[in-house]
Design a binder for this molecule. Structure first.
Ligand code: 4NP
Length: 155
């Protein structure tokens, strides 16, 4: 899960997706990172922590890190929050296989109102709640699909 700072959107994406993996009993490696080095080592923005907590998710322990080239080797899918993140991550891709791993997270959502998860950094609480709701929809939809694939493989 990737955004610019790894303090507002992608930690929420990580926390929400982790709760979906638990809900659907899916064993999948998951992490988040930022394209920038602005906030390395910091906990998520207090407004994200508060909003996620209000929605039942604890992200207070997470620590920001910067996306690194080796993440292409460590992960099968790189979900980005917006088109600028996508450009920035694609500029680090070494080959076509890397490029194909990069996906806009809201492409996974059944809600089609947004292409990008809007950056809430300079906004208010409503912006953080919108981020939560968009990510909750996308992650729920992804987890359901993964769970159905596993069930059909077992049958
Ligand atoms: P994020 O939000 O990319 O969702 O973590 C931001 C965090 C920090 C800054 C911008 C966006 N910043 O300019 O420091």
């Amino acid at each position: 899960m990737v955004c610019l700072g790894n303090i507002c959107r992608s930690p929420v994406a990580e926390g929400v997706m982790r709760s979906k993996l638990e809900k659907y009993k899916l064993n999948i490696k998951l992490d988040s990172a930022g394209t920038s080095n602005y906030h390395i080592g910091e906990n998520p923005d207090q407004r994200s922590v508060k909003n996620a907590s209000k929605n039942g998710i604890d992200i207070s322990h997470l620590k920001a890190r910067q996306f690194k080239e080796n993440d292409f080797n460590e992960f099968d899918i790189i979900f980005v929050m917006d088109e600028q993140n996508k450009k920035d991550i694609l500029s680090l891709a070494k080959n076509k296989e890397d490029q194909e791993k990069v996906k806009l997270i809201l492409n996974e959502s059944s809600i089609t109102s947004h292409i990008n998860v809007p950056d809430p950094f300079f906004g208010d609480e409503a912006g953080f709640q919108l981020v939560f709701e968009l990510l909750d929809q996308a992650c729920e939809s992804m987890a359901q699909k993964l769970s159905n694939q596993i069930i059909s493989l077992k049958q």
